[in-house]
Design a protein. Structure first.
Length: 327
């Protein structure tokens, strides 16, 4: 039986690799893109990521989120890494991105790769690899990362505001947002499962506790007992306190997120919204049952899909020398 399970696991991983190759070919990316020009690139990124995450496992969630926020704005081009300038406010300074952490991991990986292979490996690829490796270090799923992305030269604050899905989104808004990036409804519900790790500041959900419709009421879709618990932690106007998105296992990549959503304990409106659509609700309930869980494999596949959004390849963009600045 153990051998059969192991064989099944490797078969599923092989399918993911084949899918990644097919998708990557269409987008101009490929597995092992740096094999000739910088053969140690991915190993260097992996080693750097392990060094950071082994000391601070809580960085895995924000690094995963950073990759998501990069890809949803102008595509996976590293634009979220750029600093604002005197004449331009960059994505990094948009309110949804002000809580991003882990830029030092990207910078350290970039510096290490530059020391070995100057001007070869893009910041966009490093971010994609770091996000994967960070999740893997905390025993989450592993997925193939086709490389060959180039770095964008443009980063505009308003683009982040207009493109990032909001924690206050309803299911219609979420489906439209993901569809506009070429992602499916399944990708939506699967990638939402990334909330199984990480924390959130109270400001992202306190409207559900104190003033849901502007009349001092609470969100009727949220479990009343959970509301009581959250009110003990988050007072009105609290902008500094944070809570775990998946209480009790916020550092463990598991299916508990779906169990919470199924029990009406999803922290954000966008989490609760998954129960408002038949397809996403069915998936939530399937993953909430451990015996039927396919989340790990599904998440890997959806991350491959997300990593293809709007990539720059060939002669487009540039290879930045430093990730926070254009050349």
């Amino acid at each position: 039986m153990a051998f059969v399970k192991l064989l099944t696991f490797f078969f599923l991983q092989l399918i993911l690799v084949v899918l990644a190759l097919d998708l990557a070919t269409a987008q101009g990316l490929k597995l092992g893109f740096y094999k000739k020009r910088c053969p140690s690139a991915e190993a260097i990124v992996n080693q750097t990521t392990i060094q950071f995450i082994s000391r601070a496992p809580s960085l895995a969630a924000p690094l995963l989120r950073m990759h998501f926020h990069d890809c949803f704005v102008r595509g996976c081009d590293g634009s979220v890494l750029l600093n604002s300038t005197k004449n331009n406010q960059a994505e990094k300074d948009a309110i949804p991105n002000q809580s991003l952490r882990g830029f030092q991991v990207i910078d350290a990986a970039k510096s290490a790769v530059e020391a070995k292979c100057p001007g070869v490996v893009s910041c966009a690829d490093i971010l994609a690899l770091v996000a994967r490796d960070a999740v893997s270090v905390i025993k989450g799923p592993f997925w193939p990362v086709p490389t060959g992305r180039r770095d964008g030269r443009t980063s505009i604050l308003s683009d982040a505001l207009n493109n990032l899905p909001s924690p206050f989104s309803n299911i219609t808004q979420l489906k439209a947002s993901f569809s506009s990036k070429g992602l499916s409804v399944k990708d939506l519900v699967v990638l939402s499962g990334g909330h199984t790790i990480g924390i959130s500041h109270c400001t992202s959900f306190t409207n559900r506790l104190y003033n849901f419709t502007g009349k001092g009421d609470t969100d009727p879709t949220l479990d009343p007992n959970y509301i009581t618990q959250l009110k003990k932690k988050c007072k009105p106007g609290d902008a500094t306190t944070f809570v775990e998105m998946d209480p009790g296992s916020s550092k463990i990549f598991d299916t508990d997120y779906y169990s919470l959503v199924d029990k009406r304990r999803g922290l954000f409106q966008s989490d609760s919204a998954l129960l408002a659509d038949s397809a996403t609700k069915t998936y939530v309930q399937q993953q909430a049952t451990p015996s039927g869980a396919t989340f790990s494999t599904d998440f890997a596949a959806s991350m491959v899909n997300m990593g293809q959004i709007g990539v720059l390849t060939g002669n487009s963009g540039e290879i930045r020398k430093r990730c926070a600045f254009t050349n």
